[in-house]
Design a protein around this ligand. Structure first.
Ligand code: G3P
Length: 215
């Protein structure tokens, strides 16, 4: 299971990288806007200098020519850039082109198994089903992950399932059990993965007992 951080906040990326468990970074236009990065290229260069792994950078064009032009420019920034493309018809056409040029893609905004199948057929490197946003509208986000993992297994597609829109550690654990390839999470959820109240209580007791012994 690869762990990616879902943020454009450089401090959070550094802190997660220092924990020694970060395999990549995903960004999207909303996350970049939230951090106020006006210079997208320089932001991506900084991220690539912090993390040696897949760094997803999203296009904002919605037509084939625009997506291809933008994606080729993004791919030139660093060898680890993965071009993030929306799961729309024009996007799938562009993914096919990128795949023939050896440019890695992350097909995003996936909400159904049929969309995921088309992304794999187009040659996507990663597909990003959004589990939290499905849960938000009373669909079972994790059921989608289970379906995609099964379908990709049935036909031996190499596209990696990147579970996105993760809101809590249970999404992560279920993704691991289902055999998804990657989970991308906000920094807060990465921190939650390491936390357990019994660890904190146990540690406090160990340290208290040690102090008593050495009084
Ligand atoms: O980066 C895509 C995805 O992870 C967004 O998550 O929380 O905005 O639904 P969220």
């Amino acid at each position: 299971m690869k762990i990616f951080i879902d943020t454009a906040n450089l401090n959070e990326i550094k802190e997660a990288a220092d924990m020694g468990l970060l395999d990549g970074v995903t960004t999207n236009p909303s996350l970049v806007a939230k951090e106020g990065h006006k210079d997208f290229k320089s932001m991506l260069e900084k991220i690539c200098s912090i993390v040696d792994g897949d760094i997803s950078a999203e296009v904002v064009s919605t037509d084939y020519e625009g997506i291809v032009k933008e994606g080729r420019e993004l791919a030139k920034i660093h060898k680890n850039i993965v071009v993030k493309v929306p799961l729309i018809k024009e996007g799938l056409k562009a993914v096919k082109t990128f795949s023939s040029e050896g440019i890695k893609t992350n097909v995003t905004l996936c909400f159904s198994p049929s969309q995921a199948l088309l992304a794999a057929k187009a040659g996507a490197y990663l597909v990003s089903p959004f589990v939290g946003r499905l849960d938000d509208i009373s669909y079972n986000g994790m059921e989608l992950i289970s379906q995609i993992v099964q379908i990709y297994g049935n036909y031996d597609y190499q596209t990696q399932v990147l579970v996105a829109s993760i809101r809590h550690p249970i999404h992560f654990v279920e993704s691991c059990l289902m055999g998804a390839d990657v989970c991308t999470m906000p920094f807060k959820v990465i921190e939650q993965l390491a936390k357990h109240p019994l660890t904190d209580i146990g540690l406090e007791k160990f340290l208290d007992d040690w102090k008593k012994l050495n009084k």
